[in-house]
Design a protein around this ligand. Structure first.
Ligand code: DGL
Length: 282
């Protein structure tokens, strides 16, 4: 795909099981302020963490079909769990550039002084092929300690970013990793950076939590350049990006977070995944 086939002012598509992908979206609008976006929060199927690979692939295919119907020129799988279950497969099925999420093990391994790094992620991410490959490529020389962040996605989805219960859960997860002498913790679920203030409070300088969002957006930038897909901004009208948000479940929570992160008012729309037919030859 190149600029002759694709409108460079087309939006970038992003999706997650819920609001977690907003930690990627907010970095995208910060670093690529002229790009338009379409974001899908699959709240009806959240959490993805314990779903099977087959299920996540089927769900992702529907969402990507929707995003392609909206004209998206590049897709960010703004969810570690969906990337672990489906990224390689999606690249084979759809003719569009993809950027996926994987825990930031390379910077964690490079920065570690103790030789122990941690990953906080969902079960699906920790058992995926993608993580095994990342460890093999980037973290051979350190000890990698993993922890499933059980319960955190549910707390975040219900807007409990700073409640005593969220703090207690997070404390338990982080202390288990700290007990292994980790000094770098890769946040392997896009929901978790939304808890950054609480994470910093608990870690209190004992370890650094790594949010992958800046590296992900640098990769988006590289791919846009490689495929000649950066927005061209020929007219001033095109300089104003359009951001669309869809939720497959109750839109209120996504709406609250969008209001928090977006400079201009945006209304979250409802989306029914069952109404989307995935073409058999994709
Ligand atoms: N934001 C998703 C991720 O990065 C959340 C996973 C879930 O829905 O369990 O993995």
């Amino acid at each position: 795909m190149n600029a002759t086939q694709q409108n460079t002012n087309a939006p970038i598509g992003l999706f997650d099981s819920g609001i977690g992908g907003l930690s990627i979206w907010r970095e995208l609008v910060r670093l690529l302020p002229y790009e338009s976006t379409v974001y899908v929060a699959d709240s009806a199927n959240c959490p993805y963490g314990f779903r099977s690979k087959t299920e996540i692939r089927a769900i992702s295919a529907r969402i990507i079909t929707f995003l392609l119907n909206k004209g998206c020129k590049l897709i960010v799988v703004a969810c570690n769990t969906a990337s672990a279950a489906a990224l390689y497969w999606l690249r084979e099925q759809f003719n569009v550039p993809f950027v996926g999420l994987e825990p930031a093990l390379k910077p964690a391994a490079q920065a570690s002084q103790t030789g122990h790094i941690g990953i906080l992620a969902t079960q699906g991410t920790l058992h995926g092929e993608l993580l095994k490959n990342t460890i093999r490529t980037h973290a051979q020389l350190v000890q990698v300690h993993v922890r499933v962040g059980t319960g955190l996605v549910e707390q975040i989805e219900t807007g409990q970013l700073d409640t005593p219960m969220t703090k207690k859960l997070l404390f338990e997860h982080l202390e288990v990793l700290l007990a292994e002498y980790v000094d770098q913790i890769a946040l392997g679920c896009t929901h978790y950076p939304l808890l950054q203030p609480l994470i910093d409070q608990i870690l209190a300088g004992r370890a650094k939590a790594i949010d992958p969002a800046p590296a992900v957006i640098r990769q988006v930038k590289r791919l846009l350049t490689a495929h000649e897909l950066q927005t061209s901004m020929k007219t001033s009208a095109q300089k104003t990006p359009v951001h669309q948000f869809y939720s497959t479940g109750a839109p209120e929570q996504l709406q609250r977070m969008v209001n928090r992160f977006s400079a201009s008012p945006i209304t979250v729309q409802s989306l029914s995944l069952s109404a989307i037919n995935v073409s058999r030859d994709m």
